[in-house]
Design a protein around this ligand. Sequence first.
Ligand SMILES: CC(C)(COP(=O)(O)OP(=O)(O)OC[C@H]1O[C@@H](n2cnc3c(N)ncnc32)[C@H](O)[C@@H]1O)[C@@H](O)C(=O)NCCC(=O)NCCS
Ligand SMILES: Nc1ncnc2c1ncn2[C@@H]1O[C@H](COP(=O)(O)OP(=O)(O)OP(=O)(O)O)[C@@H](O)[C@H]1O
Length: 241
Amino acid sequence: MLVIGLTGGIATGKSTVSALLRAHNVPIVDADVLARKVVEPGTPALAAIVRAFGAGVLRADGTLDRAALGARVFADGAQRATLNAIVHPAVRREMCWAVLRCWWHGERVCVLDVPLLIEGGLWKWVAKVVVVYCSAELQLQRLMKRDNSSREDAASRLNAQLPIAEKVQYADVVLDNSGSLQDLERQVDQLVQRLVKEAGWTWRLSWLCPPLGVASAVWTISWRALRRSQKASSRKKSGQR
Ligand SMILES: CC(C)(COP(=O)(O)OP(=O)(O)OC[C@H]1O[C@@H](n2cnc3c(N)ncnc32)[C@H](O)[C@@H]1O)[C@@H](O)C(=O)NCCC(=O)NCCS
Ligand SMILES: Nc1ncnc2c1ncn2[C@@H]1O[C@H](COP(=O)(O)OP(=O)(O)OP(=O)(O)O)[C@@H](O)[C@H]1O
């Protein structure tokens, strides 16, 4: 099974791309959805959030007050790091189970929609990194319109992530979402055709000879992980110069 990492900046259009991929019957594992699930009432993560941030981040019905917590963590890097340390391990666990379920159901491709794919290091472990791009200004405009938020609020969320221009450097495939939705749809159609083709041979191999299929999957993942860490360290070095 081909595991693809889909990412981008906030409001560059990941969810729009996910919806288009779903229409092609591609299974999507959405990290934002999992991040909501792991903080539902009664979960260890929600209890840890209350310990770290106080009961002020809960609504009267015991659910997380996302707006209140968002206002705090997007304005302060240290508080964001505290929240990430609570939520991210739980999200990663859920994501592993979701990928295993896809594999168990015989899927050829599985797409992980993860806003912080690059920041969290998961990009090293997927077969392909797909980045949805639009300019930072367009990102701000779309974010303000979608969330009905001020420029200041939108900018604080945008600044909580690696700039989109940097994320693009990690991409195997860039989907340019600067144009119309029809334009994006065309790019997604082409991506699906490419993924189906690439997943096909791995699939056939694993059916013809399962040990060879497993060996080829392990080899591909290790080889890609190695190449990506080399790429990352050379990026770091050139950034230091
Ligand atoms: C702070 C929270 C409560 C705000 O909730 P809210 O409903 O307003 O936003 P939502 O969860 O829909 O996220 C919207 C977008 O914000 C961005 N974002 C969310 N969390 C973070 C973060 N910790 N760092 C940077 N960007 C983030 C992502 O692009 C995401 O798609 C929530 O985002 C959260 O729990 N974040 C921590 C978990 C996380 O990192 N989620 C991202 C995927 S793992
Ligand atoms: N090509 C486009 N033209 C106009 N509007 C668009 C286009 N693509 C996406 N949008 C709009 O921009 C907003 C952001 O898109 P979307 O929600 O898909 O981004 P996202 O990357 O998933 O955001 P987040 O990081 O917050 O989850 C949405 O309101 C969406 O309808």
